[in-house]
Design a protein around this ligand. Structure first.
Ligand SMILES: C[S@@+](CC[C@H](N)C(=O)[O-])C[C@H]1O[C@@H](n2cnc3c(N)ncnc32)[C@H](O)[C@@H]1O
Length: 263
């Protein structure tokens, strides 16, 4: 077992009571997490290996885990519609981003995608996050500080449809605003040639407008549009089937590569 497997003071811990009741807390010498299933003393977490089971004051067993990047969505206060992990997963894979990548995102909204992107680019990467809403920027800043990722992110109040200079070009740009077609020229100027653009839109009408604008700009090629449908399964002995409820629709993903000029 390595040192990182043992919970130390100030480490984040995911406490799982059941499917619905999950909390991220910091292990501390003082303080408690109070729930209807009893109290967990935060000092009880210190020195325990991640993956252990501890008991609340009411004797109920809870699991203590190391939070994964997507677990931090528990801390995201939704001030806007957010990008779901199923969509973020494909967007991140297609983008090709990795530790050290320099990337952009507009709008940051509630910061759900920002948290996932910032966790991937590492301490050597940088994310320029644009939004026109002061509230969204403030909210995202608070989340990133809480999770310890703020050093990788520069939050900027700016309308991404208007030109902007960053002093460097980006490996990838993530766009989630109502009218992305109006931002195509600006983001084309920010992405390095052979870099990637990922656009997220909730309606198919927005897909059409955006793709036509990307083609017309002459700055993008390899343009593809996708939708991700995710079905989870309920697994019991001799009774394996999809859950009866599923998320029917979230949004569409558009991928494109920046080129000098389309051949
Ligand atoms: C749907 S939310 C983004 C949600 C975000 N992707 C998430 O996962 O939390 C859209 C955001 O875009 C911002 N926005 C809208 N138009 C914009 C523009 N032209 N430039 C920058 N931000 C813009 C809005 O203020 C809003 O916060």
């Amino acid at each position: 077992m390595s040192a990182g497997d043992i919970i130390r003071e100030n480490d984040d811990v995911l406490i799982v009571f059941d499917e619905k009741r999950r909390f991220i807390v910091k292990a501390r010498k003082e303080g408690v997490l109070g729930t209807d299933k009893g109290v967990v003393r935060l000092s009880d977490l210190i020195g325990k290996p991640y993956g252990s089971i501890i008991k609340t004051s009411r004797g109920i067993e809870v699991l203590i885990l190391k939070p994964l990047p997507f677990d931090y969505s528990l801390l995201v206060q939704r001030v806007t519609q957010v990008i779901y992990p199923k969509d973020a997963g494909l967007m991140i894979y297609l983008s090709g981003i990795k530790p050290g990548s320099k990337i952009g995102e507009a709008g940051v909204g509630s910061g759900a995608l920002t948290v996932m992107l910032a966790s991937i680019i590492g301490d050597s990467g940088v994310l320029y996050g644009f939004d026109i809403s002061e509230k969204s920027l403030e909210n995202t800043k608070t989340r990133l500080e809480r999770i310890g990722l703020i050093n990788r992110v520069r939050l900027l109040k700016h309308d991404i449809r208007e030109p902007v200079s960053l002093g460097e070009t980006l490996d990838s740009f993530f766009l989630d605003i109502p009218d992305p077609w109006n931002a195509v020229n600006t983001v084309a100027g920010l992405i390095k040639t052979s870099g990637t653009l990922l656009v997220y839109v909730p309606t198919i009408n927005q897909v059409e407008k955006t793709v036509l604008k990307l083609r017309e700009s002459g700055c993008f090629t390899d343009i593809h549009s996708y939708e991700v449908l995710l079905r989870e399964y309920k697994v019991d002995r001799d009774a394996v089937r999809p859950f009866t409820r599923m998320v029917g629709h979230t949004g569409y993903i558009i991928f494109a590569r920046r080129v000098k000029s389309v051949i």
